[in-house]
Write a protein that binds this ligand. Structure first.
Ligand code: ADP
Ligand code: MG
Length: 724
């Protein structure tokens, strides 16, 4: 289809009419979730209690009760017109995986009966030999297990052609190593729960369990499906590898929080319905800064659930977009020159007594808990900044971090003016004017904290926002489990060390409060150079950070090294999050993923240059040449044809550079491909192959500018970004 016919097709589309699932949200919210109410209704008392114990106390469910649960789940699912069930998991491919089995089996009389027992619920053995395992699982030993995670409720996915019961599971190898995102996350959550409770016991004996909360803001772009299909780069690599900047981009800042276009609005409402039915508490929707960019955010939830819900949401957004003839782009940088997309991870720790540990309290006593957790988080980021950077590393995010519109690759923490002052007071041991006695204990060094919530910094990768930290550097296409596994592990580790130090000081005869304040003071001193309140997008910060000795690791293959340092290894092993083999396997997989992503882009780039761009340029050049020849035949002097001749020459020069660069890039790719060592190969792709991208693109984008519009086949930026 030509560009002009694509545009007229799109203009005739209009918005897709939406049918509301029910009049009131309460009538359809979470109706497709096997939640507490559904379990109560469909399961025996014993089975219900077994699930509760599994969720609240991680007590395993025994075989007999698993059968009861499966029976209840089946009855519930059948009431939702379900024909198939699947274990639903998140392998390291970055997407979700499912393998559907029918509920129905023929009995001995050849009639169909519905079969689904405890065994099918609890464990499955998908032939998973082609999922990435980083060498843990050879293809001849293809078995991998999926095992039920009762802490994330089962749900029903609706399809026109029949509904499926999805059972969230972990995915592990035959030998028990994690092959997915969920397994290490659950382990990290365990570690942080234990470490936090141990520290909270100083303050409140009633705190016996804590949970990490996560609210994920998801940014995305939407383009019309017809544009998408006409752009091989978008289709195969998720981002545009070519495209001249439109005369108008985001400079007028008229898109952010602007009115949502009708057609987009109808899409948003539609996927929100689907999300709500699955109990994903979507609350917010708005336009983002770049044209064609949007954001949605649910209410925060327990991390494991929030991560599952985000993975599910991305699937839903994709599924529903088809109906609207739109394509959702979750890539971190689909378009050069305008903002990329992130996935802000809002994180906190909450106790069984209902206290948000990152919310400053009204009394000095509660402020001491707050300060303890707050300062420990800062210390954790300070001590493990490189690992945190590694947790968000991906080929896509490399285009975003440090690109002057996204948090830099330098990890720093923003705390706001008031907390900054308070940290200074803590460090200097300055008695606070608000000193008060709490019960019989006199605490005179704990400041009162009244926060001004308008104190925000959008340029910080890790910002305190009043009652939570917002990890803003996470990429839009990432599975948040990676970042959250690392964050919770480093916080667990820091809190463990903290407790050991405080206990040591108490043993020497100091009071608990003195020991805590002394340790906190020490932590502030040690970690304050990670705190930065200024503009994280500025060049001054890059220089200042270098002076402070903070790392600025710009590329993924190097950033990933932090996963496998002896220090990280020790921490992951001691907190039982990864064993050594798992950690190295994961590192290997992440490097391989990086290589593959860059390799695909390189291939697409070469192919598009040869088969699309050069031909378009030469066709137009021929028109100019014909024109020049024609002019000559009617006696026009060459000196009067300089404009035509200039363009002919420019096309020739640019085409020559493009071809040379593409050929060089292919040469570098071949060299890299021969490397046996994955790390070296990833570095070669990063340092030798990728630099050609910009050189090629630059020439192509300039051609786009001079080649006659009707000769240019690829949809242009202004069209993809502004026509909907
Ligand atoms: P903004 O960042 O624009 O101020 P909100 O305050 O609405 O946005 O919060 C953004 C996200 O942070 C939402 O998903 C929200 O549910 C989540 N959030 C709020 N409080 C917490 C918390 N205590 N722990 C984790 N996430 C939270
Ligand atoms: Mg936010």
């Amino acid at each position: 289809m030509s560009r002009s016919s694509i545009i007229s097709t799109i203009q005739s589309r209009g918005s897709v009419p939406i049918a509301f699932p029910a009049e009131k949200l309460t009538e359809y919210y979470a109706t497709n979730v096997f939640n507490d109410a559904a379990i109560k209704k469909f399961c025996s008392k014993e089975a219900y209690q077994a699930i509760r114990n599994a969720v609240d106390k991680t007590t395993p469910i025994d075989r007999k009760l698993a059968n009861d649960v499966a029976e209840g789940m089946k009855q519930w699912a059948l009431s939702k017109n379900v024909t198939h069930y699947t274990h639903w998991f998140q392998p390291l491919t970055g997407t979700t995986a499912e393998k559907h089995d029918a509920f129905f089996e023929p009995d001995s009389n050849g009639n169909a009966i519905e079969v689904f027992n405890g065994k099918a619920l609890v464990q499955q053995e998908p032939d998973a030999s082609s999922f990435p395992s980083g060498g843990i699982r050879n293809t001849f030993e293809a078995r991998g297990y999926t095992a039920w995670d009762p802490s994330s409720p089962a749900f029903v996915m609706e399809y026109e052609s029949g509904n499926t019961l999805c059972i969230p599971t972990v995915f592990v190898s035959y030998t028990g190593e994690a092959l997915d995102y969920k397994t290490p996350l659950l382990k990290a959550l365990n570690a942080v729960d234990k470490a936090t409770v141990d520290v909270c016991q100083y303050f409140d004996k009633k705190i016996t369990k804590t949970w990490s909360s996560l609210g994920i803001e998801q940014e995305y772009f939407l383009v019309d499906e017809a544009f998408f299909n006409a752009r091989p780069d978008l289709m195969l690599s998720g981002r545009t590898l070519f495209g001249a900047a439109p005369a108008k981009g985001q400079q007028l800042e008229d898109h952010y929080f602007g009115a949502i276009p009708e057609r987009i609005h109808s899409y948003m409402v539609d996927f929100e319905h689907e999300a709500m039915k699955l109990g994903i508490p979507l609350k917010t929707r708005h336009n983002e800064v770049a044209p064609g960019q949007y954001e949605c955010a649910p209410m925060f939830e327990e991390i494991n659930l929030a991560v599952d819900h985000n993975a599910l949401l991305m699937d839903l957004m994709e599924k529903v977009s088809r109906k609207h003839k739109l394509k959702v782009l979750l890539h971190e940088k689909p378009f050069a020159g305008i903002n990329g997309s992130g996935k802000h991870n809002n994180w906190s720790l909450i106790t069984n007594t209902g206290v948000n540990l990152l919310s400053p309290g009204a009394t000095p006593q509660s402020n001491l808990i707050f300060l303890t957790i707050f300062i420990n988080v800062i210390k954790a980021v300070h001590d493990n900044a490189d690992l945190l950077r590694a947790s968000i590393a991906s080929a896509g995010n490399d285009f975003r971090l440090g690109a002057n519109e996204a948090p830099p690759a330098i990890m720093s923490v923003f705390v706001g003016t008031q907390l900054h002052n308070i940290l200074n007071d803590v460090e200097k041991n300055k008695p606070n004017s608000e000193a008060r006695a709490v019960g019989s204990i006199k605490i005179d060094k704990i400041p009162e904290i009244l926060l001004d919530n308008t104190d925000r910094n959008r340029t910080s990768p890790f910002a305190f926002t009043g009652n939570k930290f917002e990890f803003r550097a996470v990429g839009s296409s990432a599975n948040s489990a990676n970042a959250m596994t690392v964050l919770n592990t480093i916080v667990a580790e820091t809190l463990k060390q903290f407790k050991a130090e405080v206990d040591g000081i108490i043993k020497k005869g100091k009071s608990k409060e003195e020991a805590i304040m002394e340790t906190l003071r020490n932590y502030v001193k040690k970690s304050k150079n990670i705190i930065f309140e200024g503009n994280g997008y500025s060049d001054e910060w890059v220089r200042e950070a270098a002076k402070r000795g903070l790392s600025n690791i710009k590329t993924t293959p190097r950033a990933l090294d932090a996963y496998v340092t002896p220090k990280s290894e020790k921490m992951f092993i001691e907190n039982k999050v990864f064993n050594k083999r798992e950690l190295h396997a994961r590192h290997e997989i992440m490097l391989e993923t990086y290589i593959k992503k860059v390799q695909i882009e390189a291939r697409v780039m070469g192919e598009m240059a040869y088969s699309n761009i050069i031909p378009a340029a030469l066709q137009y050049q021929k028109v100019l040449i014909d024109s020049v020849v024609g002019m000559k035949t009617i006696g026009i002097a060459k000196t009067k044809m300089t404009s035509q001749l200039d363009i002919i020459n420019e096309i020739n020069d640019r085409v020559t550079v493009i071809k040379t660069q593409v050929d060089k890039m292919i040469g570098e790719r071949m060299k890299a491909n021969r490397m046996a060592d994955t790390h070296k190969k990833a570095i070669a792709y990063c340092d030798k192959v990728k630099p050609h991208f910009d050189l090629i693109r630059d020439e192509v984008d300039k051609l786009e500018f001079i080649v006659a519009d009707n000769y240019w086949h690829l949809p242009k930026y202004r069209e993809m970004l502004f026509i909907r």
